[in-house]
Design a protein around this ligand. Sequence first.
Ligand code: PRT
Ligand code: MG
Length: 230
Amino acid sequence: MSVLTIALSKGRIFDETLPLLAAADIVPAHDAQGSRKLILETNRAGVRIVLVRATDVPTYVQYGGADLGIAGKDVLSEHGGEGLYQPLDLGIARCRMMVAVRAGFDYDAALRRGARIKVATKYLAAAREHFAAKGMHVDLIKLYGSMELAPLVGLADAIVDLVSTGSTLAANHLVAVEEVASISARLVVNQAALKLKHDVLQPLLAAIERAAGKAAPVRPRGRGGKRFRS
Ligand code: PRT
Ligand code: MG
């Protein structure tokens, strides 16, 4: 029997994915959050979960280290989507990717002047595309976290980061000025696995889709699957 491997990251995606997996009759055999194990067996002999960094999920799935995985659209758009089939928007781990500036920085005036602003972000691809579409000249500075600090110490004029409640921005005297993208977690499948493990994958994807539909009835649904632009 072939084994099906699902890549997940600990944290918010894991928590919101568990009910979807349970609906597909997949339950981890032990508590993931408290454990240091990287491979979790499940109630199903042929199904296991591997725990990886959120940003590594698409890479595991692309190269077949996992057959499928769940990752935020933020992570997928930086990865590019090569080798991935993306059949489902799960509507979970929702947030917005925003441009934010220090309170008091006049972003609109900078735009009108055509000023060249410095933007710090972990999301280079999304930011590049966003500012190019607006015809803005920006210098992008790559950071790996704590983007909120950059405008406070003069490293950048603006940041592109994820916002959900807004309390992180507020705590650092930053304000969101523009939406870059609306973010939710997507299920991605290795393109070869989709063909070779179709018999096991199909019922699993169908059950997850049904459960996700119940969890998020208002989300927009595309027909069929689509590949990411690379
Ligand atoms: O933590 P680690 O470095 O391992 O990786 P990660 O931060 O990518 O993982 P994790 O678990 O924190 O996030 C996984 C996914 O959750 C992301 O890829 C997003 O798709 C999604 N998600 C949803 C979020 C948020 N909401 C979110 N608010 N990811 C991060 N945040 C951060 C944001 O970057 C900012 O620092 O939370 C802070 C803002 O939150 P508010 O509520 O203060 O606005
Ligand atoms: Mg995090």
